[in-house]
Design a protein around this ligand. Structure first.
Ligand code: PLP
Length: 431
């Protein structure tokens, strides 16, 4: 495969941005090699600057439920552009979008739009602290909530220990206000609430953790968290930035029957445009400025083009309900992929999936629900698989800790082509 233009662009890019990229995983550090530079994308396909085409399973990290350049969302964007692209005033587009979101998702009694998932989470945490007048936040090891200071932390050596920073530039003091629990462990959760419950402003979780592989959680565990939050009057925040609108209209909250106090969205909610949102119980949301004392603002919040794109996406989701069909396709596709992996790879691979999301556990055979259960060989083995597929014109997420996404734009023909490639790729890999 010729990627000469990508290589020369990457050399230039490294001179202008850290690692040549504007978000770390794009730099291919997790898999090695040169990132391919994309020129355009349509449907299930990416096309790079050297003219190579790829069937895309990264899908902009999740937002593109209907594939690249969905015609309905594209039309909404064109119409929006013809009316101007930023007002900085009250307008009707965010109102109409919010009304439809509230109609479709019963636990959203009030909503505030922001511009990213990180911003949504950061705002929800501040709101929970302002509302409860408590300081501590509980998060789970293996969940990612954007690059929010207080959540870029990892577990201390014991439950009674405070967390430590997981990035340079985060103070020990900030980390000390976060409690980190393991996933899939009711007992640890009970202990954490016994120790810290009365001081916990919020507990935040990805109900379908999909940022360190796909760490499937048991319903009983999620229910336990909900019950403990109730008992201690701790604000339960479901971070549905990935799972929202991908697993159901109302995301994992709808599928599990768990009622969040606050929910955070990003990714799909903007239909590919930069949108995030937080919302939930009105009595909590009433604490947000200008109604209440918790300050949160944004110059480009509820950008009219992004709102009309997101609204078009929501209308299409509600009309088409693509979830069942996507899950069925996912079931078939990952099942075939699993058979090929079993038959041709020199190490065991287990494909974990939920609906249209999937992840390969490399050198493992048992369901992984916790981050420390991810096999040590994950990174090295996945890198081989990734590059094999890339050479075949299949673009997987460039990290073994990221999941793959199916869209409605992936045709049976695409998927059969990928399966034919998989046989070739898996057979060529040496242990
Ligand atoms: C992607 C993601 C975020 C961060 O969203 P950005 O738009 O990248 O800031 C937060 N939480 C979860 C669960 C995510 O998947």
């Amino acid at each position: 495969m010729n990627i000469k233009t990508s290589e020369s662009l990457f050399e230039r890019a490294k001179k202008v941005a850290p690692g040549g990229v504007h978000s770390p995983v794009r730099g291919f550090r997790g898999v090695g090699g040169t990132p391919v530079f994309i020129e355009s994308a349509k449907g299930s396909r990416l096309r790079d600057v050297d003219g190579n085409e790829y069937i895309d399973f990264c899908m902009s990290w999740g937002p593109l439920l209907f594939g690249h350049q969905d015609p309905e969302i594209g039309e909404a964007i064109k119409v929006a552009l013809s009316k101007g692209w930023s007002y900085g005033t009250a307008e009707r587009y965010s109102l109409e979008f919010a009304e439809d979101l509230m109609k479709a998702i019963p636990f959203i009694e009030n909503i505030r739009f922001v511009s990213s998932g990180t911003e949504a989470v950061m705002s929800a945490i501040r709101l929970a602290r302002g509302y409860t007048k408590r300081d501590l936040v509980l998060k789970f090891d293996g969940c990612y909530h954007g690059h929010v200071d207080s959540l870029l932390v990892r577990a201390g050596s014991g439950l009674a220990e405070m967390a430590s920073p997981d990035s340079a530039g985060i103070t020990a003091k900030t980390a000390s206000e976060t409690i980190v629990c393991p996933l899939d462990d009711e007992k640890a959760l009970e202990e954490a609430f016994e120790l810290h419950g009365p001081n916990l402003a919020a507990a935040i979780i990805e109900p379908l953790p999909a940022n360190n592989g796909l760490l499937l959680q048991r319903q009983e565990f999620l229910k336990k968290l909900e019950a403990l939050c109730h008992e201690y009057c701790t604000v339960l925040i479901l971070d549905e930035v990935i799972s929202g609108f991908r697993t159901a209209v109302g995301g994992m909250a709808e599928l599990t029957g768990i009622n969040p106090d606050l929910v955070t969205y990003g990714k799909i909610i903007g239909g590919g445009m930069p949108v995030g949102a937080y919302g939930g119980r009105k009595r909590i949301m009433d604490y947000v400025a200008p109604m209440g004392p918790v300050y949160q603002a944004g110059t480009l919040s509820a950008n009219p083009v992004a709102m009309q794109a997101g609204h078009a996406m929501l209308k299409k989701i509600i009309r088409d309900r693509p979830f069942e069909k996507l899950a069925k396709t996912g079931e078939w596709f990952t099942g075939e992929m699993q058979k090929l992996a079993n038959a041709h790879l020199p190490f065991p691979v287990l494909i974990q999936k939920f609906g249209s999301i999937s992840w390969m556990v490399c050198n493992g055979t048992e369901t992984v629900r916790r981050i420390e259960k991810i096999p040590a060989e994950q990174k090295a083995h996945y890198a081989k698989i990734f590059h094999g597929f890339l050479d075949e014109g299949v673009y997987l997420a460039p990290s073994g800790y990221e999941v793959g996404f199916l869209s409605t734009a992936h045709t049976d023909e695409d998927l059969n082509r990928v399966l034919a490639s998989a046989k070739k790729v898996f057979s060529s890999i040496k242990g």
